[in-house]
Ligand binder design. Structure first.
Ligand SMILES: [Zn+2]
Length: 204
């Protein structure tokens, strides 16, 4: 949402919304810190990184712990659903340095997706590929230039994925979340490759 042209920035409704949320403190954005590794259960954790929000400068501190036994690194404490919503709002991570010109921005985004697909050439020539959290299916559209014999499907919680199928960017559109057991059951074992871009960071 662009700033209102006639109002000083202090009246930006987003600012008022953030101030109201921050008045309740940021503690509710974090779960309790866990004392063991979520993969192997080892209690031997070390903090690898503790940092503020370097991209958006929203209040709060975030820590990455690493398990000394299995090497798994994870955010600890992790964000609650309210925290995920708060820290991802107003942040277009698909293109953080968005260009003002939509045509140029779309071209750059296409090049970036194409490069991501290029880096995945080592998977060979898969027959079937599911892009999770695909949105408008811009990644499959670009990846088809690198993998012309692959059939791309998309999964997304929003109807954008249906529009993407209608536009011919994917073959099949699935609406839902991968963490929904019914969706997982329907899609299990069907794909040679499953990709997720900017997806895990939105999921608990
Ligand atoms: Zn571990």
């Amino acid at each position: 949402m662009p700033p209102l042209p006639y109002a000083p920035r202090v009246y930006d409704p987003r600012r008022i919304g953030y101030a109201a949320e921050l008045a309740q403190g940021t503690d509710r954005f974090h779960e309790p810190r866990r004392a063991d590794c979520p993969w192997c259960g080892s209690p031997r954790l070390r903090t690898r990184l503790s940092a503020p929000d370097l991209l958006q400068r929203k209040p709060g501190r975030f820590a990455l712990d690493q398990c000394r036994d299995c090497g798994h690194a994870f955010q600890n404490p992790r964000l609650t659903p309210a925290g995920l919503a708060f820290y991802h709002r107003d942040f277009d991570e698909s293109d953080p340095g968005a260009l003002p010109d939509p045509v140029l921005a779309a071209r750059r985004s296409h090049r970036r997706h194409r490069w991501d697909a290029h880096l995945m050439r080592e998977v060979g020539e898969p027959e079937s590929w599911l892009d999770v959290g695909t949105g408008h299916a811009h990644f499959p559209a670009a990846a088809r230039e690198i993998f012309p014999y692959t059939s791309f499907d998309g999964l997304d919680p929003t109807p954008r994925v249906e529009a993407a199928r209608a536009a011919g960017r994917i073959e099949e559109a699935h609406i839902g979340h991968l963490s929904d057991p019914r969706v997982a059951e329907r899609l299990r074992g069907r794909y040679d490759v499953v990709s997720m871009f900017h997806h895990l960071s939105h999921a608990p």
